[in-house]
Design a protein around this ligand. Structure first.
Ligand code: CAA
Length: 263
């Protein structure tokens, strides 16, 4: 199914174990219209279901990761249509079903829904000219795909409040300093290549252990420290039931290289 062709995406696997999705709607700076989101959902689900894929990279173009939800599509939307059809709710599905790590490599504009999509990744990398922001206030609305929650967790309340209330942009440098981006690269290509290299590294580990890592780190976002540590310990104990724990620790003891079974 990775072979499928899409209207708004380029989908490939440029490195072993790595799924690669490029948003490809250049005329609208990758504005996230509903057909694009549906395609993204399909592509991510295909990689989730593909046992040869261990990690996924999502990027846009040099000019724009994504300039937001599609304003032209939204401008005549009514409350009853938005509420009645759960507008934007399908966006949340993108990350809730995805158990494999997703690295978002951001060059150019990541505004509104684009910033929110970038933050849905498990690891965010930025190129030198990445521009983040939640400009919804300028359109008479508010972030609608998790921006007020994820940006606040990422950079803290006062910075998120300032960003969301002013609609001002966050530069790549600031994103790095504030912890919104895990790394800031010197060129757009290095950003994407860096994301692919990290994805390849992750894809080289036991898929069972990788899945558990992602699960427990994500739990820290919802649980208090005590419950979170207890949750982690349960999952840690559970991994002693996996073959890959035996394979990994035996290989270490014998100074060999583990050949993961993903079991
Ligand atoms: N929706 C629909 N079309 C968009 C778009 C968007 N979010 N962003 C850009 N485009 C389109 C433009 O309309 C333009 O199309 P035409 O050539 O047909 O006129 C094309 O992309 C190129 O854009 P610009 O000519 O504006 O390019 P620029 O370089 O002058 O400016 C920009 C770039 C600063 C990103 C500017 O396009 C912009 O401000 N875009 C809107 C950003 C925004 O407000 N995003 C938030 C959307 S609301 C949201 O996302 C809600 C949510 O939380 C889910």
């Amino acid at each position: 199914s990775s072979e499928k062709t899409y209207e708004h995406l380029l989908v490939s696997s440029p490195k072993p174990g790595v799924g690669f999705i490029e948003l490809n709607r250049p005329k609208a700076l990758n504005a996230l219209c509903t057909p694009l989101i549906l395609e993204l959902n399909t592509a991510l689900r295909a990689f989730q279901a593909d046992s040869t894929i261990g990690a996924i990279v999502l990027t846009g173009s040099e000019r724009a990761f994504a300039a937001g939800a599609d304003i032209k599509e939204m401008k005549d939307l009514t409350f009853s249509a938005a509420y009645g059809n759960d507008f934007i709710e399908s966006w949340s599905d993108l990350v809730t079903f995805l158990k494999k790590p997703l690295i978002t490599a951001v060059n150019g504009y990541a505004l509104g829904g684009g910033c929110e999509l970038a933050m849905m990744g498990d690891i965010l990398y930025a190129g030198p000219k990445a521009v983040f922001g939640q400009p919804e206030i300028k359109l008479g609305v508010i972030p609608g795909a998790g921006g007020s929650q994820r940006l606040t967790k990422a950079i803290g309340k006062v910075r998120a409040m300032e960003t969301i209330l002013t609609g001002d942009n966050i530069s790549a440098k600031q994103a790095g300093e504030w912890g919104l981006a895990a790394r800031v690269f010197e060129t757009p290509k290095e950003c994407v290549d860096g994301a692919l290299a990290t994805a390849e590294k992750i894809a080289g580990y036991s898929q069972i252990a990788v899945k558990a890592c992602k699960e427990v780190v994500n739990k820290s976002q919802d649980l208090g420290i005590r419950e979170g540590v207890e949750y982690e310990r349960r999952v840690f104990h559970g991994l002693f039931g996996s073959k890959d724990q035996k394979i990994g620790m035996k290989a270490f003891a014998e100074k060999g290289k583990p050949e993961w079974s993903n079991e």
